[in-house]
Design a protein around this ligand. Structure first.
Ligand code: DAH
Length: 315
């Protein structure tokens, strides 16, 4: 029996002594009672001291150089969960990988060349202002869309054109815009970009690829719709919509704007050293946060970056 248990047993036995008080009278009774109370306080004090020192001993025996598992049993661990956006970004990458795409991660700090010049934005053109970009004092740009990765994807995978006859890459990434923040707008959010190049790439393939992605993500077949759009880096450019999935309460009458796409502009291919007379390409890009919000019925985009545990614990 350990020291603490011994003391506790002694305290328990002392408790029984109190019954004897009834058999005594007058001063004897008072003296006996006082003796018991004094003994009880003494025991309680000793127990407290023994417990305190046991606790500090167990802390002293924590060997910080020991393997993690040595110390682990002394603490109660609560395992966290993956952030819902990380889980969904992994899923997005998996779907594209299974379709044959390579996956590379976007930069979180970029520059004028990748944000605008390489994407065929004319110098001083007002379209450059349309992206509400942040800028660092040194002139760097936190990317306002994942399209900043198009030049890198094209140049890095250019040798695939000779080897496999095509470039097929998707780029999930974090993007930043100087926007007024509300339930549907965040200054920091996620997009996924796709780039495909081959001698015969065409709009039909583009629509099939993106449609297939959404159908796999939402686990059902979906109608799609496109509208003409404008982006300096694609010609023609399209806005891409999907029918609101019935699994999420859509009744075939609601359309959701999922992003932009189009045939890669010849100037973008040329800048990346790919001959637009020989090769064609298509590109597409859209938000991830929105996709996830729809899937889980999240009604405020600000939850994602809030770090709120009540929100995160739901996943
Ligand atoms: N980067 C555009 C945006 O954030 C979306 C986009 C449009 C991406 C056309 C593309 C594209 O790859 O071809 O608004």
């Amino acid at each position: 029996m350990g020291r603490i248990e011994e003391l506790k047993l002694e305290l328990k036995n002392l408790g029984r002594e109190y019954a004897k008080i009834k058999t005594l009278e007058g001063p004897e009774r008072k003296a006996f009672g006082e003796k018991l109370n004094a003994k009880k306080s003494e025991l309680l004090q000793k127990i407290k001291e023994a417990e305190d020192s046991a606790e500090s001993e167990s802390l002293e025996s924590l060997d910080l150089t020991a393997p993690f598992s040595e110390n682990a049993p002394k603490f109660e661990f609560k395992k966290g969960t993956k952030h819902p956006l990380s889980t969904e970004l992994d899923l997005v990458a998996k779907i594209y990988r299974e379709m044959g795409f390579s996956v590379i991660e976007a930069c979180q700090l970029d520059d004028e060349f990748h944000m605008f010049d390489s994407l065929n934005f004319p110098k001083e053109h007002p379209a450059r202002d349309g992206y509400d970009t942040f800028r660092t004092e040194e002139g760097f740009i936190p990317p306002a869309h994942t399209s900043t990765m198009q030049y890198r994807a094209l140049t890095r995978f250019k040798s695939d054109l000779e080897k496999y006859g095509q470039i097929a890459v998707v780029v999930p990434g974090r993007v930043f815009r100087n926007e007024d923040v509300d339930a549907t707008h965040e200054h920091t959010f996620y997009q996924c970009e796709g780039v495909f190049v081959s001698k015969t790439a065409n709009l039909g393939q583009l629509l099939a690829v993106w449609k297939n992605f959404f159908e796999t993500y939402y686990g059902q077949s979906l109608n799609i719709k496109t509208q003409p759009g404008f982006f300096p880096f694609t010609e023609p450019s399209l806005e891409f919509q999907i029918e609101k999935p019935s699994a999420l309460g859509g009744k075939g009458d609601g359309w959701l704007e999922m992003g932009g796409c189009g045939m890669i502009h010849p100037n973008v291919l040329k800048t990346a050293g790919i001959d637009p007379e020989v090769y064609k390409g298509f590109a597409w890009g859209g938000g991830i946060d929105r996709l996830v919000m729809l899937k889980y019925g999240i009604n405020d985009v600000r939850y994602f970056e809030s770090g709120k545990l009540e929100f995160l614990k739901e996943f």
